[in-house]
Ligand binder design. Sequence first.
Ligand code: SF4
Length: 224
Amino acid sequence: MEADRWEGSRLSCPRFPAQTARVPADTRFPTRENDVSIPEMLRRWPVLRQVRDGDVLALGLTARSPRSEELRARTEDAERVVPSVCPYCAVGCGQRIFVRGGGITSIEGDPASPISRGRLCPKGSATRSLVEAPGREYTVRYRPPHGQEWEDLPLDRAMDMIADRVIAARSQGWEERDADGNRLRRTLGFGSLGGATLDNEENYLIKKLFTALGAIQIENQARI
Ligand code: SF4
């Protein structure tokens, strides 16, 4: 049935004959081969429909075809909508994630977000491809020194290892006083370089944490 509907429905561009567009039969203007009666042709004529329906700008019913009348939003049958924030950049646009059957059916901008007010850039609109990427890792991956293979680590174990290394690096790079005896109380054992994904709140917390630890090299990519 679907194939019949599209049968013979290619329209070619007079300027670029190689370019064609597929138009469903029920939205094409009646032609002789469609064998449409004159009254029916007049009934479908957009200008008359505009006048008849009071749709002067052709932004209402006149703009609809039988096909577009049947279209349904892919978000319509979602079982729940989860509010989220776009993971890509520091703008932090609000997202609404539509879920059905345990899977994502669509991710759209959240009109309630004071930052983005329902908008998403093309990258943010494609967040679903990040969430459902077949190569996405769901566990911590660790390759030990001189190791040849990556290993899976439980998250708690990985966090403990990071904490141990931060404490050790802080101690090893600690400077209590300079050569003249002036008090420094700082560490050169580590620094922080934030990326563009970090938003204001995350940068605030990172700055607070690293300053409290005694680090002095604290930067963000946005300032480079
Ligand atoms: S990547 Fe685009 S949608 Fe996502 S937060 Fe940045 S501007 Fe917003």
